[in-house]
Every structure is written in structure tokens, then in C-alpha cells.
Ligand binder design. Sequence first.
Ligand code: CAA
Length: 282
Amino acid sequence: MKIGVVGAGTMGRGIGQIFAQAGHSVTLIDVSADALSFARKDIQSSLQRLAGKGKMKDEPDAIVARIEFLNDMERLKNCDIVIEAVFERLDIKKDTLARISSIVGDSTVIGSNTSSISIDVLSRAVRHPERFLGIHFFNPVPVMSLVEIVPSEFTSSTVIEHITEILKDVGKDPVFSRNFPGFISNRILMPLIREAILTYEQGIASPADIDKTFRLGMNHPMGPIELADFIGLDVCYDIMEVLYRDFGNPAFKPPVTLKNMVDSGKLGRKTGQGFYSYEVRR
Ligand code: CAA
């Protein structure tokens, strides 16, 4: 199959990679040449890690050769499936989906990798809502097997079955959520991250001790604060804003510390500075 992915950020490049690994040809689109060139490097290094562990049947170079890195959306024309993975902002997602929908053929399935925005609302941006649904991946996409499948009120059952089969075929293990703010994962995860940040903000414990509590006490691979840095503090902020607005519940309101860090460009691992400091790979 020919798979299109729009947005070459952390999620988009991971999604492109897993489809290429499974033998599909992938068109990865981004407006930024820098993002595309970093995507190629990042996918190569991820594939090297997997190859070193004997987890792939093809060579990394052969897999990368199945991906075209482009900034021209028109090249999505012949794709069987297109997955949108741009910023978690309603206006940007709607514009991108409308553009994708105006380019692809009538039988193409379009998915949004939104982590929280209403699929019913997004489906209004596409020409064929019956062939549109939420397909929410987890970071790092090549490692995490979970995918949340979120149909809208209009998604056809054939499309849900077809996408479920394809996701299983590329090694993913789906769960199904009704279209409701934050779906399953972020409705539960974001309040945890929010409380962890507030626990730090109120001077109760250091980020290191909060994280240690979850690593050693609950057996989480990462504590909630390091996980927020890993996801991206801007992404966490955007998701909390959607949940706060859609539920109208202050229990989802982004903490001031999180807002200040995002405003000052401390976005976590990807910028080298979040609650912790990191080496930036670029
Ligand atoms: N590509 C390929 N392989 C990778 C990789 C990548 N990008 N990142 C990690 N790996 C592999 C490593 O090679 C290693 O493989 P082996 O077990 O075969 O040796 C394995 O994953 C573990 O990695 P590391 O040894 O480097 O480090 P780790 O043990 O600390 O694991 C982690 C790293 C997998 C990220 C782990 O810390 C983890 O699972 N963290 C939690 C991640 C999580 O919760 N993700 C979901 C975030 S929420 C989200 O994405 C959705 C949203 O809407 C916000």
C-alpha cells in the first residue's frame, strides 16, 4: 500500500517508519526542509537500534528507501491511507485535513493522530467523514505497540475493520475508544502529569523524587515529570487546554509552571531543557 503521513515531528516520523518497516511505501510530508532532513536521520538511527537487536527482516537502508521525504502535499494523491500528525491545534489540524481531503482520491482513508481533539469536529473538515477516524499512536512509535482507534459518529464499520487489520499487520495492538475528550489514554494520563507538576510547584517534592516514586513504587518505566519532558511540554499543555475547555473542569487546567516553561521555550527533551536538562540531537 501507499501510506501518506503529514507532519514529520516525533509522531509523524515514527508512524512513517513503522509502515515502511512493514513493507509499505511511505510519503512523509512536512513544510520544513530541516524537519524532513532530521526525520531521515532519526528514522535511520531508530532502525539501526532495532537492527542491532535482530528485530527486523529488512536492512535499515532498504526500509528508508521506501520513504519519500517531501514538502509537496500534492504527492499524497495516490495514497491508500493518509495519517495527519501535525500540531495539536484545532485550526492547524482542520486546515491540514481539508487540504489532504481535497487532494486524495475518493477511496482514501484519512486518519488523525490527534491525542485529544474531537474526531467528530475534525471530521467536518474532510469530504468523506465515513472514511475518517482517529488513529492515536504512542511515543516512541516503533517501540510502543498501543494504538487508540477512535471512530467518529460517521465512520463506517468497514473502515474501522480495515484500519484495525492494517494496524495489527504492522505490529500494533489497538484499543477502541468512543469519541470523548482525551479518549482513554490522555483523559487518565494528563491529570497524573498535572498533579505531578503541581506537587513540584507547591514545594512538596523535587521532580527527581516525584519520578522516583513512580519508577520504584509503581513500576512505571518513567515517572510522570520525565514522561512530560519526553512527550513534550508544549504537547502536554495543548492536550490539557483541550481537556480543560471540553470538560469545563478545573481538574484539567494546565499548571502555571507548565505554561511558563512552554512560554520560555523549555519544551522538554526535544529542546534540551524541560524539568531536566538533555543533550539535543540535531
Ligand atoms: N526506536 C527504536 N528503538 C527504540 C527507540 C526508538 N525511538 N527508543 C527506545 N528503543 C528501544 C531500545 O533500543 C531498547 O530496546 P531493547 O529493549 O530491545 O534493548 C528499548 O526500546 C528500551 O530503550 P532504552 O534501553 O534506550 O531505554 P529505556 O529502557 O529507558 O526505555 C522507553 C525507553 C521505551 C522510552 C521507556 O522509558 C518507556 O517505555 N517510557 C514510557 C513511554 C511512554 O509512556 N510513552 C507514551 C507517552 S504518551 C503518548 O505518546 C501519547 C500522547 O498523546 C501524549
